[in-house]
Write a protein that binds this ligand. Structure first.
Ligand code: LLP
Length: 382
């Protein structure tokens, strides 16, 4: 399979985000085929991409919603996700966001600190409710990924540290409007070394046994998200190896009878279904390098500038002999660079250039820096 741009899309004004809903559908079928027989419930992390046609398809395939803001909770409800398939995570939930989610009676709050539990208890009591909570623990497991997207180390702001867990669990006894339903951990994103999930499972097993010793039996475990995708070969590997991913948890997690296990995947569901389509505005040859200057920039896709991350870049218009280009955007920042020394066929003004695997953390992280207008989303494969 290789990338092709439908004629109707090729004629459009660039830049735009292109989404292949047929591939998204295949990905959703694959994830459910791997998860369901093993009794795992997949929640989709809206933060990766919250466009309506994408969310609708995800909801129709029976996934739940993992939200990190009041607006995401609202978007999930508006899309038709059942409240008991919605969880609300986040290290800094505001009172207004918590009140809204309580009123909607979502399944669970993933709480990240002692103080947050106190606030949740108070706000739930004020509504005459009992809030279900899972404690987000910081398991101190290294996800072996980029340090900006590592979340489960003690140095990170996320979760309750293992040292504090005992005190937090004791504190729950004095918080009558909370019901402890589970544990939650998320150790990072774009994880390709599946061994780290085995380590996470072992940590969760230990903690569960310890909690049971204190009389807490958990109906629910949430092992987070983080499964990575192949940014280098999106055509060879358009769908992540969900079988291998779930097998790791199946093998290493010691499950209690009837326990509900959630995973919350974002990138693995949507990344490969998206591409950023742009045109070459100018080619500039300097002493040191050739620049291909695109009409898309870090305003449409900030990942290379922010994390130095790799995205496959392809020139769809040229068959010429390959040359090296620094592929850059029009924004007034040197970091507005999609790739350095990228081998592309001879590139000229007007060529269509596509940046692949942008379905996750692309459009959602767009900005209007330099007063740029928001790029449109185009859907194919419906
Ligand atoms: N659950 C929690 C609590 C999370 O913080 C995240 C992502 C996910 C689930 C979904 O993780 P995923 O399956 O997508 O890896 N902007 C960065 C990624 C930030 C991820 C933040 N948390 C990037 O472009 O690489």
């Amino acid at each position: 399979m290789s990338f092709s741009l439908p004629a109707a899309a090729a004629a459009r004004e660039t830049p735009f985000y292109l989404y292949d809903l047929a591939l998204l559908e295949q990905t959703l079928t694959a994830v459910q085929q791997a998860a369901r027989p093993r009794g795992f419930q997949v929640h989709y992390a809206l933060k990766a991409n919250a466009n309506a046609p994408i969310l609708e398809l995800i909801q129709q395939h029976g996934l739940g919603a993992d939200c990190v803001s009041g607006a995401e909770v609202q978007r999930a409800l508006d899309t038709g996700f059942a409240p008991d398939h919605i969880v609300f995570a986040g290290v800094g939930k505001s009172d207004a966001e918590i009140k809204r989610a309580l009123a909607a009676d979502i399944w669970c709050f993933n709480a990240e600190s002692a103080q947050e539990l106190e606030v949740l208890n108070e706000l739930a009591g004020a509504q005459g409710r009992k809030a279900r909570v899972a404690l987000r623990i910081n398991p101190n497991v290294d996800a072996h990924t980029h340090h900006y997207i590592t979340t489960g180390l003690e140095a990170n702001k996320f979760g309750i540290s293992l040292q504090d867990l005992g005190a937090v669990v004791d504190q729950l006894g004095a918080l009558p409007h909370l019901e402890l339903v589970g544990l939650h951990a998320h150790i990072g994103s774009q994880i390709t070394d599946l061994g780290v999930f085995a380590e996470l499972s072992r940590k969760l097993n230990e903690l569960q046994t310890w909690l049971e010793g204190r009389g807490h039996h958990l109906p629910h475990l949430n092992v987070g998200g983080g499964l990575g995708i192949d940014y280098h070969a999106p055509d060879a590997n358009p769908i992540p190896d969900f079988e291998a991913y779930f097998q790791v948890f199946e093998q290493h997690l010691v499950r209690r009878p009837g326990q509900r296990i959630h995973v919350e995947l974002g990138r693995a569901i949507v990344a490969q279904s998206g591409a950023l389509v742009s045109r070459v505005l100018y080619v500039k040859r300097s002493q040191q390098t050739n620049f291909a200057i695109l009409d898309a920039g870090m305003t449409e896709l900030i990942r290379p500038a922010l994390y130095d991350s790799y995205h496959l870049i392809q020139n769809l218009s040229s068959q010429g002999s390959k040359q090296l280009y620094d592929v850059v955007g029009p924004i007034c920042e040197s970091s507005d660079t999609f790739g350095r020394e990228v081998a592309l066929p001879e590139t000229k003004r007007g060529d269509l250039v596509v940046i692949r695997s942008t379905g996750a953390y692309g459009e959602v992280m767009a900005s209007n820096y330099n007063l740029r207008e928001k790029a449109e989303a185009v859907y194919v494969g419906q």
